[in-house]
Design a protein around this ligand. Structure first.
Ligand SMILES: Nc1ncnc2c1ncn2[C@@H]1O[C@H](COP(=O)(O)OP(=O)(O)OP(=O)(O)O)[C@@H](O)[C@H]1O
Length: 303
């Protein structure tokens, strides 16, 4: 099977500024690939290289088995940019119908069906759309021609939780039909529920590619437990995978590396009244991929 993305040593410098360094990555058909990294990591640079919006300084990339410069390749891609410029008096519906015609005839009913699923009001002039509604129009135009490959740059920004839920359901439908998604984000929680694999990019470099189940096991989580009565600190110290334990009266705070199993079993000896588990922080997941020295230089770079 031909890879949907096949990048080898892909590098982009903006003058002397590093955008992306030596990216080697394959994305397979039918896969949802989450592309994660903090601001300025190189996510948008990668996406622009795949779409031939910018050209590589070094290295090479094939998309859908062809050259990104080939308009026939571009026609098989649906793209949601990170920053959407939708302005003017034209109504969203007219704009989408126009794009549909340019893309070889998308039925109006398909546009309406997507608008309904995303709860988008297409009768509004583009310049008057709210941020969330602009994002919905962006998603409709990315999905509407049923492209083989969807590239979505920070797709969920501005969407309310119900619409986000619908969006994730649509991504799963895309996967079921054997099509492929590349979705960037700086929030792990946003991509982990749908992605098969995630790539973590930082400072222009891909530092890890993991399947999501493995990443979740490695993730560091903060946990807070509250009991109906004070608990002895000794019950929570020295447990496997549990560190930074702080016991204050009936409350316990700690950090979990990987599985919370030992903590849950220790807690179960008491009466738990409340439990909070913070979403794993991307920064903290990075710590598992960096040696102390690399962390130090990464901090200096970003300082
Ligand atoms: N047109 C440009 N000219 C100069 N430098 C650029 C340009 N575009 C991006 N960069 C730099 O390249 C690096 C990677 O930027 P990129 O936009 O790819 O990051 P990102 O991961 O998409 O970040 P964000 O989450 O903020 O969108 C950053 O240091 C950025 O400042």
């Amino acid at each position: 099977m031909t890879a949907v993305v096949q990048a080898e040593g892909l590098t982009k410098y903006y003058g002397r500024r590093r955008g992306l360094e030596d990216l080697t990555l394959d994305i397979q058909p039918g896969e949802i690939f989450g592309y994660l990294g903090p601001n300025g990591a190189g996510k948008t640079t990668t996406i622009r290289l795949l779409l031939d919006v910018i050209r590589p300084t070094r290295g090479r990339v094939q998309v859908l088995g062809g050259d990104p410069r080939d308009p026939a390749v571009r026609a098989r891609i649906g793209y949601l940019p990170g920053e959407l410029a939708l302005e003017g008096h034209e109504r969203a519906r007219d704009y989408l119908r126009f794009l549909g015609r340019v893309r070889g005839g998308v039925p109006a009913s398909r546009i309406e069906e997507l608008a309904e699923r995303f709860e988008a009001d297409l009768s509004v002039q583009m310049g008057k759309l709210s941020k969330g509604n602009k994002q919905k129009v962006g998603l409709i135009q990315a999905f509407m021609h049923e492209p083989e490959f969807l590239i979505l740059d920070e797709p969920t920004g501005g969407l309310d939780p119900l619409v986000q839920h619908e969006f994730l359901a649509m991504l799963r439908e895309v996967r079921r039909s054997g099509r492929t998604v590349l979705m960037s984000s700086h929030v792990l929680a946003e991509v982990e529920s749908v992605s098969d694999r995630v790539g973590i990019v930082r400072g222009g470099r891909l530092v890890a590619v993991e399947n999501v189940a493995a990443l979740r096991e490695k993730a560091v989580r903060r946990m807070e437990l509250h009991f109906d009565a004070p608990v002895p600190a000794a019950d929570f110290e020295g447990l496997a995978g549990v560190r930074d334990v702080r016991v204050e009266g009936a409350g316990v705070r700690c950090t979990i590396d990987g599985r919370p199993d030992a903590l849950i079993k220790a807690a179960a000896r008491h009466t738990v009244v409340h439990m909070v588990s913070a979403e794993p922080d991307l920064e903290e997941i990075f710590l598992t991929y960096y040696s102390d020295e690399e962390q130090h230089s990464a901090r200096q770079e970003s300082a």
